[in-house]
Design a protein around this ligand. Structure first.
Ligand code: URA
Length: 209
């Protein structure tokens, strides 16, 4: 079973209170989403391998630790995932970035990939897939499926707010994917919105409503 990591860091909790508030405007919302994603990278990269390296400080020779050349990719799911990618890149500047766009066919209810541009060497990279809202889990699960078809073997999913329904579906359909979320909310409402949630993340990030 993929592990579920829920954050309780005061900085993240405070920024969450800002983005949940309906009075928060686009700029403050966008900045806070980016900052939360940046802070979450601390935990999502905790298992990166490190190696000993010998360097010279101004005072002496020192044996230090460096990340052992692990190749990472950040893959935001369009469009709201874009709000997380700058913050993640601030922490992992050498990561490559792919993009996946998915919509739900209203007739078949199947997830359809309408855009997919990934680093050519994606199969050899550990992937952090990002979407601020893990609601039904349908999009997240489809995105993981597409990445697996491209032979990605190590995928983590990062959201800012998750619903229990989405967590359950992602864990059921992809038991090898660890989930990182800043908050696990109560439920989905009849319109598929997370309760209490923050509303439509894409609209709030891009000011489209
Ligand atoms: N997508 C959103 O942007 N918000 C929700 O609450 C659920 C899905």
């Amino acid at each position: 079973m993929g592990e579920l990591h829920i954050f309780d860091h005061p900085l993240i909790l405070h920024k969450l209170s800002v983005i949940r508030n309906k009075e928060t405007g686009v700029k403050v919302f966008r900045d806070a989403v980016s900052e939360i994603a940046m802070l979450m990278c601390f935990e999502a990269t905790r298992d990166l391998p490190v190696e000993d390296v010998v360097i010279e400080t101004p005072v002496a020779t020192a044996k230090v630790k460096q990340i052992a050349g692990k190749k990472l990719a950040i893959v935001p799911i369009l469009r709201a995932g874009l709000g997380m990618s700058d913050g993640m890149l601030a922490m992992i500047p050498n990561a490559k970035v792919g993009h996946i766009g998915i919509f739900r066919d209203p007739e078949t209810l199947e997830a359809v990939e309408y855009y997919c541009k990934l680093p050519a060497d994606i199969a050899s990279r550990d992937v952090i897939l990002a979407d601020p809202m893990l609601a039904t889990g349908g999009t997240a699960s489809a995105a993981v499926r597409f990445l697996k078809k491209k032979n990605c073997a190590c995928i983590k999913f990062m959201s800012i707010i998750a619903a229990p329904e989405g967590v359950e579906r992602l864990q059921k359909e992809h038991s090898d994917v660890d989930i990182y979320t800043a908050a696990l909310d109560e439920r989905l409402n009849e319109h598929g919105y997370i309760v209490p949630g923050l509303g439509d993340a894409g609209d709030r990030l891009f000011g489209t409503k």
